[in-house]
Every structure is written in structure tokens, then in C-alpha cells.
Design a protein around this ligand. Structure first.
Ligand SMILES: O=P(O)(O)OC[C@H](O)CO
Length: 437
């Protein structure tokens, strides 16, 4: 008997000594970012030898969300999952999360005051922080300074308004002797996110109830003057053959169009500043970055926070959840955020990191990393730039992209496309609200 007790004691002691708490972390960062995530994880494990983090790439943002839903249904959910910004309402409503606020309220070692205000404004819903900001971005207008110069444009004066964007695109689009376009003014990933960003930059909401932030959204409101101007701009760019569309949400194709010089401007996320800077340079081009254009220079909205945040999933032991919380605080540390920013183009989510980079002259030497930060910090702070909170955001995006394609195909006018998309999104929101209220 004594021997059995001793044996069991030794087994449990060994398990404590040799098997640290293990945290499963699903993320959506592909390419070079996988190695960056692994570096952060290995630094963490060195600092916290009792915690092991299994970081696993789980596909694109939509794929990761779907994988989480399947994981929750099969009882195989991770401790931490990276979910894109537009999943915020759905994650809150899902009932499967541990709000980060619950951990924050019991932990004096982390103060959310260190975070950039627009990032907090995005992720705080009803005054509560549900997830930990990690990789934050906004959209930018990237442009090829070399192609600007070749076309006789001032490389230090990127377009600021829709009219200028059209005008520049006309100047930058080139055809060969047979009439084939060899260089387009503009490309983009044919992604609703860019339209959402342009709406916010034009200081307009996507949905009612202050973009779903003072009460649940009940209807879409983007069939507005601002929405119409955006659709008309894209319609004109298409009709004149000035824009190179990609397949829906094809970031890689838009990136390739731009890096290769096939298109002189590109609406894209700041999270790829590093990729574009290096890519253009290796092709003999110089990169420029600019704020999103606005319908009129007097309009002062601002972009919305994009990217993703880290969520704690419920159903694990307290010890594991606490270990996961330590990891969330670690990735948010000043040094880790600086490394992440420099290795990608995502913002450092913390004020102290930005100050340090400024004092070390990083932004003086790398102005393209600063453009989106400046755009963010100069933005008007209101519900439009805080961003919409919609439970059916992935479906909203799909609807807006279908409307865009129907307009480009000539099946619908800009007015018809917007009106159809707005009605469809309102239906989707109302179906969602019936389910969750
Ligand atoms: O490419 P990211 O990570 O900057 O994200 C862009 C959008 O916010 C995705 O919803």
C-alpha cells in the first residue's frame, strides 16, 4: 500500500516537474509572420519555463474563425485564438470566451492606459475590453514613387481626394501599341475592408445606432452620400480601365500587381509595409505611402482599426487560463510590440513603444512605417472611426463584394448595387438579432 502511494506521489511530482502548463494558441499569421510568432513564443517560454505554448497556424482569418467554431463544437477549442477585428460582436455573443476584462480586473500588473486610444476604442464594447489587442492595422494608399516620376507626377504629392486619385490613375495607366494595358493606375484586393475604411475616412457609418456602439445595430446605413461617392469612384475607375481588380479578397494578387509595377498604386493594409518596401526595392522601385483619399479635402474622418486581437476561450482550468493571460500580456510588452511592428508594419499597440521608436529615430529613417500611424492619430475620434460592431460582419463583407462585382459587370448601377447590398445586410442583421436577443 505504502509503495503504491509513494508511486502515485512520484508520478504526480514528475508530471508537475516535466510537463509544464501547455497552452494551445491558434493564429492566422502566414508567411514570414509564422517565424515572428515563433520567436515571440520562444522568448515567452524562456521567461516562463513552466508554461509551454503550442502556436499553430490555423489558416486565414475567416478559416480561423470557422476552425474555432468547429473546435468549440467538438470540445477541442484552444486556450487562445487570434480573431480578426470584425469577429468582435460574434465572439462576445458566442458565450465561449473569457473576457480579458475579467483578468484585467484582478491584475494590477497591466494597465490598459498604455494602449493607443483608437485601438481601445475599437475593442472596447459597452465599456468592457473583451480581447487583447495584438496586431492592429488600417488601410493605406501605397504608391510607387518611381512610376510617379516616370509619369511626370511629383513623387511627394500622392493623391488626397477621389478626383485626384482618378486624375493620377489616368496619368499612370499605360497601354502598348496594340491597346493592351501594360500599367494600371491602381490595384486592390477587391476587399470590402477597403470600402469600409474609405467610408470611415469619409466620416460615415456602416450601420445605425452609432455603428452599433450605443445599441445593437438594427440596420445598415451605408447607402448614403458617402457610400455612393465611393461606389461611383470605383465605377469610374473600372469604366475607364484604370484599376486592376483581383479575385475577391485576394491579397496576394494585389500585392503582386503592385510589387511587379503592373499597378502604380494599391489600397492595402499597413501590415505589409515591410513586404512592400523590400519588394519594390528589389525591383528597382521606391515605395511611397499615403493616407486614404477623401471625397473632399475638408472631410476629416479617419480609418478604422483592422487586423486582429487575441481571445481567451472558456472551458479550460483556471491555471491554464492564467497561463494564457500571462502570454497575452507578454506579446503586448513594449519590446515584443516593437519587434512585431518592425517585422511587419502592424502598429505597435502601445504608446511607449512608439515613443521609443521615435527617440531611436526609427520613424525618421523609415517614414513608410509612420504614415498609417499618423493617419490613425490625426483621425477624428467618433463612432465612424471607432468602427462598426456587427455580428454578421463576414456576411456583410461578402455582400458588399458581390454588389461591387455586379456593378463592375454592368449588371447594376452604383446606386442599385449599394441599395441591394444595404437591404441584404439589414436582413442579415435582423436575422442575427432574432437569434441572439
Ligand atoms: O491584413 P490585416 O491583418 O491588416 O487585416 C485586414 C483586415 O482588418 C482584416 O479584417
Amino acid at each position: 500500500m505504502k509503495r503504491t502511494v509513494m508511486f502515485l506521489f512520484m508520478v504526480s511530482l514528475l508530471s508537475v516537474l516535466s510537463f509544464p502548463v501547455t497552452i494551445e494558441f491558434w493564429h492566422a499569421m502566414s508567411g514570414d509572420r509564422i517565424a515572428l510568432i515563433e520567436d515571440i513564443v520562444s522568448d515567452f517560454e524562456e521567461a516562463y519555463p513552466d508554461i509551454k505554448v503550442n502556436a499553430q497556424y490555423s489558416g486565414s482569418y475567416p478559416e480561423t474563425l470557422n476552425k474555432l467554431i468547429a473546435g468549440v463544437q467538438s470540445g477541442n477549442a484552444p486556450h487562445i485564438v487570434q480573431i480578426y477585428e470584425i469577429g468582435t460582436r460574434l465572439m462576445i455573443d458566442s458565450g465561449v470566451i473569457v473576457p480579458v476584462q475579467d483578468l484585467l480586473d484582478q491584475d494590477d500588473s497591466y494597465d490598459v492606459g498604455v494602449l493607443l486610444e483608437p485601438i481601445l476604442n475599437y475593442y472596447k464594447v459597452d465599456g468592457k475590453l473583451y480581447s487583447m489587442p495584438f496586431n492592429s492595422s488600417t488601410a493605406l494608399l501605397y504608391y510607387n514613387k518611381t512610376l510617379f516620376e516616370e509619369a511626370g507626377l511629383d513623387p511627394n504629392r500622392p493623391p488626397q481626394t477621389y478626383e485626384e486619385l482618378l486624375e493620377y490613375s489616368r496619368i499612370l495607366t499605360k497601354k502598348d501599341s496594340r491597346g493592351n494595358t501594360v500599367q494600371y493606375g491602381l490595384t486592390w484586393p477587391t476587399h470590402s475592408w477597403i470600402i469600409e475604411q474609405l467610408m470611415a475616412a469619409a466620416d460615415a457609418p456602416l450601420v445605425n445606432n452609432d455603428n452599433g456602439r450605443t445599441a445593437r445595430a438594427t440596420e445598415a446605413v451605408f447607402n448614403s452620400e458617402a457610400g455612393l461617392k465611393i461606389f461611383e469612384l470605383f465605377d469610374q475607375l473600372n469604366k475607364e480601365g484604370l484599376i486592376l481588380n483581383t479575385a475577391r479578397e485576394d491579397w496576394n494578387a494585389a500585392g503582386q500587381n503592385f510589387v511587379s509595377g503592373r499597378a502604380a498604386m494599391n489600397f492595402f493594409s499597413t501590415s505589409d509595409v515591410k513586404v512592400f518596401q523590400e519588394g519594390l526595392e528589389s525591383n528597382g522601385y521606391e515605395l511611397g505611402t499615403a493616407f486614404l483619399p477623401v471625397p473632399d479635402i475638408s472631410v476629416s474622418g479617419g480609418p478604422v482599426i483592422g487586423g486582429a486581437s487575441l481571445w481567451l476561450i472558456d472551458g479550460h482550468t483556471d491555471e491554464e487560463t492564467k497561463a494564457a493571460w500571462e502570454f497575452l500580456k507578454f506579446v503586448n510588452r513594449e519590446d515584443q510590440q516593437i519587434r512585431w511592428h518592425q517585422g511587419t508594419g502592424y502598429f505597435p499597440v502601445r504608446k511607449d513603444a512608439i515613443q521609443r521608436l521615435h527617440y531611436e529615430e526609427f520613424y525618421a529613417e523609415n517614414p513608410n512605417y509612420f504614415t498609417s500611424l499618423l493617419q490613425l492619430l490625426l483621425a477624428k475620434r467618433d463612432f465612424n472611426s471607432a468602427g462598426a460592431v456587427i455580428g454578421v460582419f463576414p456576411e456583410t463583407r461578402e455582400t458588399i463584394e458581390i454588389a461591387y462585382e455586379r456593378m463592375v459587370d454592368g449588371q447594376m448601377t452604383p446606386e442599385e448595387a449599394l441599395s441591394w447590398a444595404e437591404s441584404r445586410v439589414t436582413e442579415l442583421i435582423q436575422e442575427y438579432n432574432e437569434f441572439y436577443q
